[in-house]
Design a protein around this ligand. Structure first.
Ligand SMILES: Nc1nc2c(c(=O)[nH]1)N[C@H]1C(S)=C(S)[C@@H](COP(=O)(O)O)O[C@H]1N2
Ligand SMILES: [Mo]
Length: 510
């Protein structure tokens, strides 16, 4: 007796074979890349290229739709499309086995192209991981299809002894092994060599306690210090690079007398400074959430530059992150006495991986895209005329001082007529906040009470008691810096150098 086998179900088995063998190859490639510390890994190389090639309107739409989850959405879509392609290769292999190999090699070549054209060049070990994964995937597919004998190839008859369930199980185990390797190994690697082993030395120059009265501690009002887990994350890395401190070094080069490499251990041996600094993203819309305040521990960038000896004629530092980004910062902002840091600590913890472990730059007064390089690997002293940084190539301004701004956090929903607390935060990094005013329904500006100042590099809370009447009202606020300059009312979009306009909220008083 022969088992009759419909062509649709054998197509399904072939799809499973492509999926299982492909997932095995891809997973092993990802796992190997993690073991080699290869950047980028084959999958990330592809994601990075997709991010770089996304036109700005589509990117802005994605950020508006998904916020900082945009990368998770992209990764999910990539995985679904990849799975469909692998299944299609399986179906092709059902017809002619060599076609399966051709299919996998084509997919591997697309990935190799992503590695070749990648942001900062790719490690040799990235290619090795890709080739090993590809070879394994091809071998696995060849073997699997062979296991089915003619069952997948001829439409009518399965060979004696073909066990359909066993076949599907084999494909599933293969795919499962790939997923476990690809997702699991990268998580194990840094645990051995990375962040868990770091003990932060004490600061030679500590930040001191937050001044009394800097935080009104009102429920619903943004706290003065942003906990690490609540801190916004913005970067071009599909998955944050997992660097380890033993391999990390900072190359200091360019227009300097003596280029040198700095290891993590050497960095920690330099004088450590601790400062509270509020950083913000140029993509933060008026009243947006892409701003946060933390205590940073690190070494002054100027100490590192001094050791190299900056030559005359330089006006910029181009830094690189291991995700391939390049960031251009005015040399003056790194050497004019403000606390520009190569930070290793955030709120008493080693930098979280999402926020740049092991080392990032923090510069008071500048938007992140021109200053806050995470996973930093290089400082190149140069001239603005001689390079163009990642975001400058995409239409953003080469220089990005943070614009004075503020946000209204309170009142929330459900306020009742009577005395209502209106409160929020205001910032003018490295100039300091001198005044915040509020107005109701385009009435006269009312001066708000300011919380105690915590230096000029952090935001400042403010509050105002509003004798509120029932109905719907519009509240607006505006901030003025210590030099007396008030934020502009002119409405501007985030591109090319930061949004402006007064924050405005509508509130319903019961
Ligand atoms: N390596 C790297 N560093 C980076 C970026 C990036 O994409 N890659 N983005 C910058 C931008 S645009 C901002 S706003 C800040 C955000 O820092 P955070 O994610 O720690 O809040 O990091 C900056 N540093
Ligand atoms: Mo940013």
């Amino acid at each position: 007796m022969t088992l009759s086998h419909s062509s649709t179900s054998s197509r399904l088995e072939a799809a499973f074979a492509g999926l299982g063998a492909g997932a095995l190859g891809l997973g092993v490639a990802q796992g190997l890349a993690a073991v080699f510390h290869a950047t980028p890994s084959p999958l990330i190389a592809l994601g990075d290229r997709l991010i770089d090639l996304t036109p700005r309107p589509l990117k802005e739409w994605a950020v508006a739709q998904f916020g900082t989850a945009d990368k998770t959405v992209l990764l999910g879509n990539m995985l679904v499309v990849t799975a469909l392609l692998l299944a299609a290769v399986g179906i092709a292999a059902r017809w002619r086995r060599p076609l399966g190999i051709v299919g996998f090699v084509v997919l591997g070549s697309v990935d190799a192209l992503a590695l070749i054209s990648g942001r900062g060049g790719s490690d040799l070990s990235s290619y090795v991981a890709l080739v090993v994964g590809l070879a394994l995937g091809c071998a696995a597919l060849w073997w699997l299809i062979g296991q089915a004998g003619g069952a997948l190839v001829s439409e009518a008859e399965a060979p004696p002894g073909f066990d359909r369930r066993r076949f599907l199980l084999l494909a599933t185990v293969m795919g499962g092994a790939g997923v476990v390797t690809g997702a699991g190994v990268p998580r194990l690697v840094p645990a051995a060599t990375g962040r868990g082993g770091v003990v932060l030395p004490a600061a030679a120059d500590p930040a001191g306690p937050v001044p009394r009265g800097a935080d009104f501690r009102l429920p619903g009002l943004t706290p003065h210090l942003t906990p690490n887990d609540d801190f916004y994350r913005i970067d071009i890395a599909l998955i944050p690079p997992r660097l380890n401190v033993d391999d990390w070094k900072l190359r200091v080069r360019g227009l300097v007398d003596e280029p040198f490499d700095l290891t993590y251990r050497e960095l920690l041996a330099m004088p450590l400074v601790e400062r509270r600094v509020t950083i913000a993203c140029v993509s933060n819309p008026v009243a947006g959430e892409y701003i946060g305040n933390a205590t940073w521990l690190g070494v002054r960038v100027s100490d590192v530059l001094e050791r190299a000896g900056v030559r005359a004629g330089a006006d910029a530092v181009q830094s690189r992150g291991s995700d391939g980004i390049t960031i251009g910062t005015p040399l003056a902002a790194l050497t004019d006495g403000r606390d520009a840091l190569l930070a290793i600590g955030m709120n008493g913890q080693p930098l979280p991986i999402d926020h740049g472990f092991p080392v990032r730059m923090i510069v008071p007064g500048l938007y992140g895209y021109v200053s806050a390089t995470k996973w930093i690997t290089e400082l190149e002293v140069t001239r603005f005329a001689d390079f163009s940084a990642y975001w400058t190539d995409r239409g953003w301004a080469p220089q990005g001082p943070i614009k004075t701004g503020c946000r209204i956090d309170l009142p929330g929903d459900g306020a009742q007529a009577g005395d209502v607390t209106v409160a929020g935060v205001a910032w003018a990094q490295h100039r300091g906040i001198g005044k915040v005013e509020v107005r109701v329904d385009d009435g006269p500006w009312q001066v708000a009470e300011l919380a105690a100042a915590d230096g000029i590099d952090t935001w400042r809370q403010w509050r105002w008691t509003w004798p509120a009447e029932p109905g719907t009202h519009r509240l607006q606020a505006r901030a003025t810096d210590l030099a007396g300059a008030t934020q502009t009312s002119a409405v501007a979009d985030v591109a090319p150098d930061g949004a402006t306009g007064y924050p405005s909220v509508e509130v319903h008083i019961g």
